[in-house]
Design a protein around this ligand. Structure first.
Ligand SMILES: [Zn+2]
Length: 168
């Protein structure tokens, strides 16, 4: 995904090379489209040997399984965004959240770059209610989650590594 017009002045952008990277820059005002990743906060919730996945209700990858969570709003700290998204999508609070790691992906095959900040979450309740961007939430045995039906490769790798880790 790239930008065609300047977000500052509206002029068409030109492709320039900068330190070996191709960027889109405005010839009129100098504004540059860096295509930096957009941060998201997502949750690995494991209870009694099962991990919770949500089915994506919307594109991209509608119908695939995903970790609950979503994009941060401007000015929102990651854990705060995580709490908001879990409340919206699966109707639970966060009792405890600890950072597991990061996953880099694209939002769709030709989508913008995403940086997922991944937390292990202990929810306030096991009673899950799918809503908003999640059409269905389901608990899967951690020995056999549907990895092939998780569309984001970076997130899939991180989840697999985490669930197979003896230190989990
Ligand atoms: Zn401009």
């Amino acid at each position: 995904m790239t930008a065609r017009y300047c977000l500052a002045c509206g002029a068409p952008l030109a492709t320039v090379s900068e330190g070996g990277r191709r960027r889109r820059r405005c010839r009129r005002c100098g504004w540059t489209f860096y295509a930096n990743p957009v941060p998201a906060a997502v949750a690995v919730i494991v209870v009694g040997g099962r991990v919770l996945l949500g089915r994506r209700a919307r594109p991209p990858y509608a119908g695939t399984w995903d970790l609950p969570g979503g994009f941060l709003e401007a000015g929102e700290a990651p854990e705060r965004g995580l709490r908001r998204e879990l409340r919206e999508e699966i109707g639970v609070g966060v009792r405890r959240a600890s950072l597991i790691g990061f996953a880099t992906d694209r939002y769709g095959p030709r989508g913008f770059a995403v940086l997922a900040i991944v937390y292990r979450v202990v929810p306030t309740s096991k009673r899950i209610r799918a809503a908003d961007d999640v059409s269905e939430a389901r608990w899967f045995n951690i020995a056999a989650p549907p990895f092939s039906e998780i569309a984001f490769p970076g997130l899939r790798r991180l989840l697999r590594r985490y669930l197979e880790s003896p230190h989990r």
